[in-house]
Design a protein around this ligand. Structure first.
Ligand code: MF3
Ligand code: CO
Ligand code: CO
Length: 263
C-alpha cells in the first residue's frame, strides 16, 4: 500500500520503454486508412514491437487479453480487441493503446486517429479530450494533490458538454503495468495523495459525447458507451520532476515540450 518512487536507473529504463511505446503510435499512423482492419493494424504493431523494437507487447496475454494492442473504434470506450473482420471506414475515430515492456519496465500510451475525412463531432471530441489531458499535465508537480488532475479534466470536459468516464483510471507504472496511485479523471472528495518527485504515472481520460455510463461486452473486454455515443481517449505516462513533469511518451507530432515547468 505505498507509492514507489523511482530511482535514476528505473527512470531511465521506463523512459526508454515509454519512447518505444510512443514510436509505435508514430509508426502506425500511415496505415490508418479506410478499408484496413483493426486485426491488420494489430499485426503490424505486433511485428514492429517484437521484431524491430525487441519489446514485449504488454497487452498480449495480460489477464487473457488476446491481442498485442487495444484498438477502440467510435462508441468503443477502451479495451477493444483487434479483429480481422472489423474494417475501418471514412469518419471513424480510433484509439490505439500501446503498452510495451522493455528490460522489465513498462511504458503506456494511447492516442486517437481519424480515418479519412473526420466528422465535426468526432474531430471536436478528440480535440477536447487531448486538451483535457494537456491541461492536467500542466498542473503536475511535487506538492499538488493527485485529486487536482480529475478536477481539471472533469471541469474542462463538462464545460464543452461532454462527459468523463468514471469506471477507468490512470495508474502508477514501472516494473508493473498498474501500480499505485490510481489517477481518477473526475472530482472526488477524500484522496489525500500528494504528488512527489520521481513518481511515474499515467493520465488517460476517456470522454464521451453522451453520458458517462459504459458497459463491458460479453467478450469480457470491449467497453462501450451505454448510449452508443462516440468516445475518445488519450494517454501519456509522466514523470514528476522538481518543478513540473516530463512527458515520457511524447510524440514528434505533438506541439508541447516534453519537459513542462508548472508554476
Ligand atoms: N493500456 C491499458 C491501460 O492504459 C490497459 C490495457 S489492458 C489490456 O491501462 F489487457 F486490455 F490490454
Ligand atoms: Co494506462
Ligand atoms: Co494504455
Amino acid at each position: 500500500m505505498s507509492i514507489h518512487l523511482k530511482n535514476k536507473l528505473e527512470i531511465e529504463k521506463i523512459r526508454i520503454a515509454c519512447h518505444l511505446a510512443a514510436e509505435v503510435l508514430e509508426m502506425i499512423e500511415q496505415y490508418i486508412i479506410p478499408g484496413i482492419t483493426t486485426g491488420k493494424l494489430d499485426e503490424i504493431c505486433h511485428e514492429y514491437m517484437v521484431y524491430q523494437q525487441n519489446v514485449i507487447p504488454a497487452c498480449l496475454g495480460y489477464k487473457g487479453f488476446p491481442k498485442s494492442v487495444c484498438i477502440s473504434v467510435n462508441e468503443i470506450v477502451c479495451h477493444g480487441i483487434p479483429n480481422d473482420n472489423q474494417i475501418l471506414k471514412d469518419g471513424d475515430i480510433v484509439n490505439i493503446d500501446v503498452t510495451v515492456i522493455k528490460d522489465l519496465y513498462y511504458g503506456d500510451t494511447s492516442k486517437m486517429f481519424m480515418v479519412g475525412e473526420p466528422t465535426v463531432a468526432g474531430k471536436n471530441l478528440c480535440k477536447i479530450t487531448q486538451e483535457s489531458l494537456y491541461l492536467a499535465l500542466n498542473i503536475v508537480k511535487p506538492g499538488v494533490n493527485i485529486n487536482k488532475i480529475g478536477h481539471v479534466i472533469q471541469k474542462y470536459v463538462e464545460s464543452h458538454g461532454l462527459s468523463i468516464v468514471r469506471d477507468y483510471c490512470g495508474h502508477g507504472i514501472g516494473k508493473n503495468f498498474h501500480e499505485e496511485p490510481q489517477i481518477l479523471h473526475y472530482r472526488v472528495k477524500d484522496n489525500k495523495t500528494i504528488m512527489k518527485k520521481d513518481m511515474i504515472f499515467t493520465i488517460e481520460p476517456m470522454v464521451n459525447i453522451g453520458n458517462h455510463n459504459v458497459h463491458t461486452m460479453i467478450d469480457g473486454w470491449t467497453v462501450k458507451t451505454n448510449d452508443q455515443s462516440l468516445s475518445a481517449q488519450y494517454e501519456h505516462t509522466v514523470l514528476v520532476t522538481n518543478s513540473g513533469c516530463e512527458i515520457l511518451t511524447l510524440r514528434k507530432e505533438e506541439l508541447i515540450p516534453s519537459l513542462l515547468i508548472n508554476n
